[in-house]
Design a protein around this ligand. Structure first.
Ligand code: BGC
Length: 338
């Protein structure tokens, strides 16, 4: 295993470092201490061609200016909180009347402290950040640790820990957009997606959950068996920006043309699937304008807007308790989907 780090730029007078982790197979995982952003995961296809399978930019200025949370850790709370209200508390309203992804200067937009770590079968990076009390209206000084491990068998493991000194909210995610075709040479419409989910959260016009969990049975939201994403979107033309409640924490993405497979295993309650349908941006990703279906974000988290829906898992955390969660992203190559 090898690793190196280089200065990628500066933000708020702080050095932004890019870590390059190389496993025993020669496959590369790159990430920044800015937003704990995963900038690249370079793995082989069926013929051995090594290419990047996540969306990202080439320069820090693009991450700062344009990023729709490419590769980043999102928090304190991922997704929307209706009216930015938690009881008597008013959180920043940074999307119309609602709060989204932790507000302004959230976890994705700050430089984290970081250090390299190594173990018997991995190299990794430990990121730490303290979000001060009243950050975007949230109570409590919240100390967060995010650890990325890149293992010799092409698994990216993510562990998150946090402690607070006042009761507060916490529902972090990683917001990587995947495209297994390699270097974004095709859209994700030919990928197949499988999600271990019997129910999804209905959302209103502002994409906030209504509180109703609907059965996937007989709907375009049924991914219990692998479904070609293009086929699903044909039935659901507005695409997916959808919280799925997980039954076993299993999510799988497969690209038959390249043979690349991503198997996600998480201990979180849900995954928000964001298919980028309708995205039409001025910025470039892999040399072309960002548009519909150039990637798919699979955001493991607790169900969004949980503070308004007692039937969703609570995201309240208390002093004296260490919050932990983890998600593993295993990459492999398959002839066919078994
Ligand atoms: C949300 C989308 C949003 C995207 C970028 C996703 O997590 O669900 O609605 O457009 O993040 O902010």
């Amino acid at each position: 295993m090898k690793y190196s780090n280089t200065v990628y730029g500066y933000k708020d007078g702080k050095e932004v470092i890019e870590y390059r982790l190389v496993n025993n197979q020669g496959n590369v995982f790159r990430c920044l201490n800015y937003g704990a952003v995963v900038t690249a995961i370079e793995i082989p296809d069926r013929s051995g061609q090594v290419e990047n399978v996540v969306l990202g930019f080439d320069h820090l200025k693009d991450y700062i200016k344009d990023s729709p949370y490419f590769g980043a850790i999102v928090g304190r709370v991922a997704g929307r909180i209706k009216d930015g209200r938690w009881g008597e508390l008013q959180l920043t309203k940074n999307e119309g009347q609602n709060h989204i992804h932790g507000g302004n200067q959230n976890f994705s937009q700050v430089v984290w402290d970081s250090e390299m770590i190594t173990g018997a079968d991995y190299t990794g990076v430990l990121f730490t950040h303290t979000s001060p009390a009243d950050d975007n209206g949230y109570p409590g000084n919240l100390k967060v640790q995010v650890t990325y491990y890149w293992t010799n068998d092409n698994c990216w493991k993510m562990k998150i820990k946090a402690v607070t000194d006042e009761t507060t909210l916490f529902n972090p995610t990683n917001h990587t957009y995947f495209n297994l075709s390699g270097n974004v040479k095709r859209t994700i419409l030919d990928h197949t997606l499988q999600v271990s989910s019997d129910t999804f959260a209905e959302t209103d016009r502002e994409k906030c959950p209504t509180g109703r969990l609907l059965s996937v049975e007989g709907t375009p939201f049924d991914f219990r068996k692998p479904v070609r994403i293009g086929h699903a979107i044909h039935k659901q033309p507005s695409g997916y920006d959808t919280p799925f409640k997980l039954t076993s924490g299993f999510i799988q993405l497969f690209d038959d043309s390249s043979g690349r497979k991503l198997t996600i295993q998480t201990d979180r309650e849900a995954v928000v699937v964001f298919s980028t349908t309708g995205m039409n941006e001025d910025y470039l990703v892999a040399g072309e304008k960002m548009s519909s279906h150039r990637g798919i974000a699979l955001e493991t988290q607790e169900l969004p807007d949980a503070v308004h829906h007692p039937q969703f898992q609570s995201i309240v955390i208390h002093p004296g308790h260490t919050y932990t969660c983890q998600t593993e992203y295993q990459f492999s190559v398959e002839d066919t989907l078994s």
